[in-house]
Design a protein around this ligand. Structure first.
Ligand code: CIR
Length: 264
């Protein structure tokens, strides 16, 4: 299977009591920790059902958004890179990931700045790595990432996250070697030329953040038209409740780091 969606490992972090203080663009009410925990358990179970080794880190009350672990790192076969989150309240989350990732990789790299970059803006496909500049990720951060991973043979392409969209991957997901699930507003930027696209159904843009993880597509519950389109296209879709993460602008990709460390 392809390296862009076939993974031996994942790392998750449990939601903390402090999620009620998590960042959000629009306040639609406080997330309910018990419901979030149930959804999170279902999510971890789905990852494990594919045979992957899942490291479940305990919650960290100091960082309300740390359940959205994807933003703190980028994990590739060759190595892990600690990100440099552009949200000031999240900056320390990356350093907190150093030790867990060192235990898996032995050694890790880091974005040292002055630029910023969050994992939610990074889409790894089979042929390249797209990084969307956003309110959290800037060109300087993208350049520093490029300087670390180009020697490993990766092509990094800087693109743009639409205005008022938190992260690039808020609006897209990889489904297979050449297929991307995307909103029309993101695809309109032309950033997916050469890929096959499956569009979220009108009114269901909030389900664009899914993940292909081995044989499964983990997909937020409550988006029936897009779910049917994925089923019809032959994907093995598992619906996971996302109501509480959504209150904090989070989705399926944000909740894990997914990777296959070389030789481990
Ligand atoms: C934040 O605003 O940073 C969090 N409340 C949500 C982060 C979602 N992460 C992601 O899309 N990768």
């Amino acid at each position: 299977m392809a390296r862009s969606y076939s993974f031996t490992h994942a790392v998750t972090k449990a939601p903390s009591r402090s999620i009620i203080s998590g960042l959000r663009a629009v306040d639609t009410g406080a997330p309910d920790l018990a419901v979030f925990e149930t959804h999170h358990r279902d999510y971890v179970a789905a990852l494990k059902s594919t045979g992957a080794i899942v490291t479940e880190l305990p919650c960290d009350d100091a960082f309300p958004d740390s359940v959205f672990i994807e933003d703190s790192g980028l994990c590739l076969q060759e190595g892990a890179i600690l990100m440099r989150p552009g949200a000031p309240s999240r900056l320390g989350e990356a350093e907190a990931m150093r030790s867990p990732l060192e235990q898996i990789y032995g050694d890790v790299s880091a974005i040292n700045g002055p630029g910023f970059i969050e994992g939610g803006d990074i889409l790894v496909t089979e042929r390249e790595i797209l990084v969307g500049c956003s309110a959290r990720t800037d060109s300087t951060g993208v350049d520093e990432l490029r300087s670390i991973i180009m020697p490993w043979g990766y092509q990094v392409r800087e693109v743009n996250t639409p205005e008022d969209v938190l992260h690039f991957k808020t609006d897209c997901s990889l489904l297979d070697e050449n297929t991307i699930l995307t909103t029309r507003r993101l695809a309109a930027s032309g950033c997916f030329e050469g890929y096959d696209l499956l569009y979220t159904a009108d009114g269901e843009e909030a389900c664009a953040n899914a993940i292909r993880f081995n044989n499964l597509v983990l997909f937020p519950a409550g988006f029936p038209k897009t779910k049917s389109a994925l089923d019809a296209a032959g994907y093995d879709v598992v619906e996971i409740g996302n109501s509480e993460a959504a209150k904090l602008d989070g989705g399926m990709s944000c909740l894990s780091l997914r990777f296959s460390p070389q030789g481990r």
